[in-house]
Design a protein around this ligand. Structure first.
Ligand code: IP8
Length: 249
């Protein structure tokens, strides 16, 4: 069973400069590519980020800074915004005839049977969908879990064939502004990577690379490609390569 975990970056499907603005047309283009891959029998887990929904409120209420006392109303606003975005995303998947099954992010941290539940749903050919969110566990209290972190968590339980990050740029760039086409996890390279100055609540590209390295070391190749050019997703599926960055042992 071929399984892909696809993380749709919040910057691809929302306008990060405008709170609560959803880029529906962009998402639909991605969904059309995903549909083709689904129809070829690949089992899919879709995770999306927070963009100008979750990050807007997480920043407004300082949820990204470690605090003893999180703003309760800030947590409510952030979770509500993420549900709203997830509903908008889910609606488009359904409209395009993809049978999605939403997974509540908290369950990924707390439900001990989650791994068999997910495997079962994938076998039944549901497209699983989840997102970065504020989660609560007895052990760690409240915490923003980025979609990237969920990609790692799910890679650990599901052992996918491929992980694909859909970013708003072609891949990972070095300090000279050149696209890095391949990253070997064991290489000391983080200092050479260009990270964008605008930080969101979960650290953007830097975090993505760190999580990706761990996934590539333990589980499967990870790709970072441009979500604004969703035809590359199909090319990657069909030929095993496309314009982007591969992180692979
Ligand atoms: O955009 C963050 O998810 P990400 C979710 O994948 C929240 O980092 C709540 C800001």
């Amino acid at each position: 069973m071929k399984i892909y975990i696809i993380k749709i970056g919040g910057s691809v499907i929302t306008n990060k400069n405008k709170p609560l603005s959803f880029k529906r047309v962009q998402l639909v283009k991605i969904i059309k590519s995903i549909y083709k891959i689904y129809k070829e029998g690949v089992r899919l887990i879709i995770i999306h980020g927070g963009g100008s929904f979750g990050h807007y409120f997480a920043k407004k209420y300082n949820l990204h800074k470690k605090q003893e006392n999180y703003s309760k109303i800030g947590i409510s606003h952030t979770k509500f915004a993420m549900r709203k975005l997830n509903n908008l995303v889910a609606k488009e998947f359904i409209k395009n005839n993809l049978p999605i099954f939403p997974i509540e992010p908290c369950n990924l941290h707390t439900n001990k049977n989650i791994s068999s539940l997910i495997k079962n749903l994938l076998q039944k050919n549901f497209v699983l969908i989840t997102y970065g969110d504020v989660v609560f566990t007895i052990k760690n209290g409240f915490k923003i879990t980025s979609g990237d972190e969920l990609v790692k968590l799910l890679s650990n339980t599901i052992k996918p064939t491929k992980v694909i990050f859909l970013s708003d740029v072609d891949g990972v760039y070095n300090n000279k502004g050149e696209l890095i086409t391949k990253i070997k996890p064991e290489e000391e390279f983080l200092s050479d990577i260009k990270f964008s100055k605008s930080k969101d609540a979960t650290g953007e590209m830097k975090n993505k690379i760190k999580e990706s390295i761990e996934i590539a070391k333990k589980f499967c190749p990870v790709w970072v490609i441009n979500g604004k050019k969703p035809e590359r997703l199909i090319e990657l599926h069909k030929t095993g390569k496309t314009i982007g960055t591969i992180i692979k042992n």
